[in-house]
Design a binder for this molecule. Structure first.
Ligand SMILES: NC(=O)c1ccc[n+]([C@@H]2O[C@H](COP(=O)([O-])OP(=O)(O)OC[C@H]3O[C@@H](n4cnc5c(N)ncnc54)[C@H](O)[C@@H]3O)[C@@H](O)[C@H]2O)c1
Length: 364
């Protein structure tokens, strides 16, 4: 199997689609056989600069998948465009690497999971932080049982003023704001390290006071935005309860009058762990002495290292017939929580969430 070249097609030629192509091109066992974007000329321009032949460029992803018969498809469309190409590709028997979030809405995520459970294909949601040296070490520490039972965590992503524009601030394309764009990383990360506990209730607030007070047009990496056209939330704060009695606070900002809103951390019955930098805390006997342990040899790396590993792990799983390097059933719980955040903020009260796997129970 190791010498087999796998055929991959990419849907979406924005920043993420171009990043997928760039990293696939580093893998000698991958061939990019198609690239589609609905925006006229967008895939053609990106393909020309990436050295992909013009006859592999499409505007319609269905036509591309039917014609080029790939082994796998990378879905890199904006959030509200994840459902259709993912389900089409899975139903056509393709493995899928789907950009985060799994979907902007719970309805779309559930439809994707239902399509996946009818296949034996890989569905991997592209969370590159799972492959950072720090997170891999944290996972290894948690898996030894060193923390005991994790009963509380805080999941934090903070930008002081880092609101993207373009498709990221429109309901029709992004669905929601910081929650599904950056908060999703922290929620997934914490669930993964906590062993994917099932959420049962969420209480949250969301809002966009800084964006709505902004004067003029701001140019950003996602495109321009202005207060008038800003349709999503810039902050989300939530308290999440789990079936096993644990809880998690989510703090996610694209903008806030704060230089820091704290670190991501975990409290366990035997030890605590914090990220960035990775530290493990243990009180030998309260009031006597406390230990803080810091790993000495975790590589300082560029974020491109985790990106490269994410793409490699997916491609190797396709080539070698391995399971998804990231279990989509855990990622589905992220959507359950995000849906709870949105409903709770709208209803101004704690809401129950249903993480039942009744609809995704067909797989072992
Ligand atoms: N993992 C990461 O680090 C990372 C970084 C940036 C973006 N993303 C994710 O990647 C996705 C895309 O982000 P982006 O920055 O490239 O956005 P973008 O809006 O710049 O690009 C998305 C592209 O998808 C195209 N598209 C939408 N629907 C389509 C369809 N049905 N068929 C073909 N093309 C379609 C659009 O025309 C657009 O060119 C988002 O879900 C985002 O959250 C992930």
């Amino acid at each position: 199997m190791a010498d087999k070249k796998i055929r991959i097609a990419v849907v979406g030629a924005g920043w993420a689609g171009q990043a997928h192509v760039k990293f696939y091109k580093d893998l000698p066992f991958v061939e990019i056989v198609g690239w589609a974007d609905v925006a006229p000329g967008k895939a053609a321009t990106a393909a020309a600069s990436a050295g992909i032949p013009a006859d592999r460029v499409f505007t319609d992803f269905r036509q591309m998948i039917d014609r080029v018969v790939p082994d796998a498809v990378s879905v890199c469309t904006f959030n509200m465009g994840h459902r259709e190409p993912t389900i089409y590709a899975l139903e056509a028997g393709k493995h899928v690497l789907l950009e985060k979030p799994m979907a902007a809405t719970l309805d779309d995520a559930a439809a994707i999971m239902r399509a996946w459970e009818k296949t034996d294909r890989i569905l991997m949601v592209a969370f590159q932080p799972d492959f950072s040296a720090e997170n891999l070490a944290a996972k290894q520490i948690v898996d030894t049982g060193m923390l005991g039972d994790i009963y509380y965590s805080e999941a934090v992503t903070h930008r002081r003023f880092g609101i993207p524009g373009g498709n990221f601030v429109k309901k029709a394309t992004a669905g929601f704001g910081t929650l599904v764009d950056t908060g999703v990383y922290a929620i997934h990360n914490n669930l993964w390290l906590m062993g994917d506990p099932k959420p049962i209730a969420v209480s949250a607030i969301t809002g966009n006071p800084l964006a709505k007070a902004y004067k003029g047009i701001r140019q950003t990496f996602g495109g321009p935005w202005s207060a008038e056209e800003f349709e999503v939330e810039e902050f989300a704060f939530a308290f999440v309860r789990f079936e096993n009695g644990a809880a998690m606070i989510v703090k996610s900002t694209w903008a806030a009058h704060a230089d820091s809103i704290g670190r991501t951390f975990f409290l366990g019955t035997k030890a605590g762990l914090a990220l960035d930098p990775l530290e493990v805390f243990q009180n030998q006997s309260v009031g006597e002495f406390n230990m803080t342990m810091t790993p000495k040899n975790i590589a300082k790396e560029e974020s491109s290292a985790a990106w490269g590993l994410k793409m490699r792990r997916f491609a190797e799983a396709v080539r070698d017939g391995l399971p998804s390097p990231i279990d989509p059933r855990g990622v589905y719980l992220v959507n359950v929580i995000m849906d709870g955040v949105i409903r709770s903020a709208a209803e101004k009260r704690e809401v129950a969430v249903n993480a039942s796997y009744a609809l995704v129970g067909a797989r072992a």
